[in-house]
Design a protein around this ligand. Structure first.
Ligand SMILES: *[C@@H]1O[C@H](CO)[C@@H](O)[C@H](O)[C@H]1NC(C)=O
Ligand SMILES: *[C@@H]1O[C@H](CO)[C@@H](O)[C@H](O)[C@H]1NC(C)=O
Ligand SMILES: *[C@@H]1O[C@H](CO)[C@@H](O)[C@H](O)[C@H]1NC(C)=O
Ligand SMILES: *[C@@H]1O[C@H](CO)[C@@H](O)[C@H](O)[C@H]1NC(C)=O
Ligand SMILES: *[C@@H]1O[C@H](CO)[C@@H](O)[C@H](O)[C@H]1NC(C)=O
Ligand SMILES: *[C@@H]1O[C@H](CO)[C@@H](O)[C@H](O)[C@H]1NC(C)=O
Ligand SMILES: *[C@@H]1O[C@H](CO)[C@@H](O)[C@H](O)[C@H]1NC(C)=O
Length: 337
């Protein structure tokens, strides 16, 4: 009986692969990354998956640091979005590891995967283990910040420093009244993604209602992924599953348990909140107040430092690269032990 069931599953997998629904690396998405893309092979949830990453060597020859910093991308971003930060950090003596999470960008996109922050943190830790890197600084932006906090909680011995840049998950959306939305409904939303919808969202949330031509790079990157034949639809489905996971898996209640030396960097004009779009007006009004959330987070994480930019939105590292990186590198130099 068991053998029969397994045979059925096996045949189903083969069929899926043969019909082209399973997207296996290399990804067919043709966006060019700034450094060579490497693949970390993992076996996860009965699937053989590949996690894409870039491994950028330090370019500062006067520095003899053996420091590694890991950059975790957000939900509407990819490893490539970190190019500017990675160049600056490698010039400052850091080895920079930049993964694409499973389901994202150049990594495998399983037709079905039980996404969780814990699973993504585990995958990231397995990459570091494969590279034999025992201790790192973790910098996460947006969803990558929420993931970085989960990573720091799960792997305190690996995480010397934690830097959260406009992370999401600073509040428990469902406890504040965001209604449940199924993965199927979220998938329908995701499939509607186009240039206009992404740009309008980013303009209002990331850049304080301003726009510069160079911001189009990141809109076009994302939209081209959604529009890639076959892979784009699996990506949209993965995105829906990720959104559901993020809503169900608050990390905010565990901030007092974080042991890493922590910096919280906040563009206070950010207003990101998962589920705001489908919440009642009274709930919408209280969500995503980063002036309040940044301070509350820095208070909750033991010993955390806070840097606020009162004129910047969700992506301070893009909106004002000089100011953001001066604050980041200044803190790293000061706390680098
Ligand atoms: C990537 O593919 C799209 C079509 O899906 C095409 O329009 C675009 O020119 C390609 N870009 C590169 C860099 O090859
Ligand atoms: C995964 O890879 C292993 C070893 O290469 C292989 O034995 C196994 O059949 C693969 N599983 C799937 C689901 O492809
Ligand atoms: C390199 O690191 C060692 C050990 O941390 C230190 O003693 C030495 O001064 C450093 N050298 C330079 C040139 O920074
Ligand atoms: C290179 O490393 C040295 C020693 O750590 C440091 O003083 C210098 O500022 C670094 N250069 C840059 C461009 O960051
Ligand atoms: C971290 O290291 C300490 C000391 O070696 C050990 O007792 C502890 O179990 C480790 N924690 C984790 C989560 O691995
Ligand atoms: C983009 O999507 C929005 C929202 O789903 C829709 O209203 C709009 O017509 C679409 N625009 C284009 C050019 O397809
Ligand atoms: C955020 O909360 C603060 C303090 O309650 C309040 O003064 C401010 O108006 C709120 N900002 C927004 C955008 O709602």
């Amino acid at each position: 009986m068991l053998t029969m069931q397994l045979t059925v599953i096996f045949v189903a997998l083969l069929t899926t692969a043969a019909s082209g629904v399973t997207v296996i690396p290399p990804s067919t998405w043709n966006y060019t990354y700034p450094w060579p893309v490497q693949y970390h092979k993992i076996s996860s949830q009965q699937l053989n998956l590949s996690m894409a990453y870039m491994d950028v060597a330090p370019t500062n020859t006067t520095s003899n640091k053996t420091n590694t910093i890991v950059l975790l991308h957000g939900k509407n971003f990819c490893a490539a979005t970190w190019e500017d930060s990675a160049r600056r950090l490698s010039a400052h003596g850091y080895r920079v590891i930049i993964p694409d999470q499973i389901g994202f960008c150049k990594s495998s996109k399983p037709p079905s995967y039980q996404f969780s922050l814990q699973q993504l943190a585990h995958n990231t830790q397995s990459l570091l283990q494969a590279l034999a890197i025992p201790r790192v600084k973790i910098l996460g932006h947006s969803m990558g910040g929420m993931l970085a906090s989960r990573f720091a909680l799960m792997y305190p011995n690996t995480t010397s420093h934690l830097i959260l840049t406009n992370p999401i998950g600073l509040e428990d959306w469902k406890a504040l009244g965001v209604p449940y939305r199924t993965i199927d409904s979220l998938y329908v939303d995701e499939l509607k993604t186009n240039y206009t919808s992404v740009r309008n969202y980013q303009q209002a949330t990331y850049y304080v209602n301003t726009w510069k031509p160079e911001y189009d790079t990141w809109v076009n990157m994302l939209v081209s992924l959604y529009k890639t034949p076959v892979e784009g639809e699996v990506f949209a489905y993965n995105q829906a599953a990720v959104t559901e996971a993020l809503l169900n898996q608050p990390v905010v209640h565990e901030f007092p348990l974080i042991q890493a030396r922590t910096l919280v960097v906040i563009g206070t004009r950010d207003n990101t909140a998962l589920g705001k779009a489908w919440s009642p007006p009274a709930v919408q009004r209280v969500l995503g107040n980063y002036t309040v959330l940044g301070r509350r987070t820095a208070d909750a994480i033991p010993g955390a430092a806070l840097v606020e930019f009162e004129d910047l939105g969700h992506s301070p590292q893009i909106q004002d690269s000089e100011r953001y990186h001066a604050a980041l590198v200044g803190w790293l130099d000061k706390s680098d032990w």
